[in-house]
Design a protein. Structure first.
Length: 347
């Protein structure tokens, strides 16, 4: 049962002038972080700069602005939780990143950049916006909840993007590196596919390997929360742990590739084959720590047994309904573990 203090936020409001916000964003060591993963989600320039310009014009008109929300790090820096679009627009305009267009109230500013708006510059620099700071003392799960509740618009952040913001550290850095592995970066994307991954899907895929390695004793059928918990517990892994985890992931992925070749993480019984996260989770779990030489020696038997697995009615039942139920995951592991053992031990 959560205590009241685990359910209520510890925060303070402050009114920052645009000039101060810009200085904090652009400092050599930024004090206000517009995370690169969030900045790529900047949408206000999608159809030109009219929406961004309207925001600047609203500021000059002194129209009240919605509050921004920041999360405080242990070192005193602030990560933007809500307000990335507004703050990115301010930073871009102050750097002459675009010229104003579609102006209605200040038509004389049409086509002008920040350096060209004359007496309006100090007025814009002194414009303030209310910023709500979530203090570092807040429980991480509560900050994550605020992320989720605030990011419900058209530019909603994914679960992994939120984890990336809340749990910076060596684990986050490691999974970001491993996510660049070709097989992970292009997972389930066909040769001619136009599909793109822009919500840290690859990073979450790497995280799944590490988080789901155990016996799932405390897994409660909510994968997202389970991944959150793992990120929190392992946020600041040691350098030795980082090296071991990196080697484990790379070695396990290599073994999967060596055994299954071009059919890696696919259902071999299907005519139209595509990679599936279910098979990724299962095979990466089962091959981790196994002897590579033994796997290669029994490669054909292993592939044959995997084909058998995919045809089992009992296995197919675990693929219907909620794939990530604890019972379904453990059942798949049991069925495959038995067949894999037979393949390895068969003379």
């Amino acid at each position: 049962m959560l205590n009241r203090e685990d359910k209520t936020l510890n925060l303070y409001p402050i009114d920052y002038p645009f000039e101060t916000l810009f200085a904090r964003i652009t400092a050599k060591t930024p004090k206000l972080i517009l995370d690169p993963e969030f900045q790529r989600k900047y949408k206000w320039d999608k159809d030109g700069w009219e929406r961004s310009s309207k925001f600047i014009e609203s500021c000059l008109m002194r129209i009240p602005l919605p509050s921004c929300y920041f999360a405080e790090y242990d070192d005193g820096r602030h990560m933007v939780i809500d307000g990335v679009q507004r703050l990115t627009t301010i930073a871009k305009f102050f750097q002459d990143g675009f010229a104003l267009e579609g102006m209605t109230a200040f038509k004389e500013l049409e086509g002008k950049k920040f350096s060209e708006i004359g007496d309006y510059r100090p007025e814009l620099e002194s414009t303030t916006i209310r910023c709500i700071i979530l203090r570092k003392e807040n429980p991480k799960h509560l900050v994550r909840e605020i992320f989720s509740r605030l990011n419900q618009g058209a530019v909603k952040l994914s679960d992994q993007e939120i984890r990336h913001a809340i749990y910076p550290g060596k684990l986050d850095h490691l999974i970001s590196q491993l996510a660049q592995t070709e097989e992970i970066k292009n997972f389930a994307i066909g040769e001619n596919s136009k599909k793109t991954k822009d919500s840290l899907e690859a990073e979450e895929q790497v995280l799944r390997f590490f988080a789901l390695k155990g016996n799932l004793e405390d897994y409660d059928d909510k994968l997202s929360k389970y991944l959150d918990k793992f990120m929190g517990l392992k946020q600041n892994i040691t350098s030795d742990e980082e090296d071991r985890m990196s080697a484990d992931f790379k070695d396990t992925l290599r073994k999967c590739k060596l055994v299954f070749d071009e059919d890696i993480f696919m259902n071999p019984t299907k005519e139209r084959r595509r990679q599936s996260m279910v098979f990724y989770d299962l095979l990466m779990f089962s091959f981790s720590g196994m002897d590579e030489k033994a796997l290669l020696e029994k490669k054909e038997r292993i592939k044959k047994k995997f084909h058998e697995l995919c045809k089992l009615d009992e296995f197919q039942k675990t693929l219907s309904g909620r794939l990530q139920n604890k019972s379904s995951i453990l059942r798949r592991r049991h069925l495959w573990g038995k067949l894999l053992k037979e393949a390895i031990e068969q003379e």
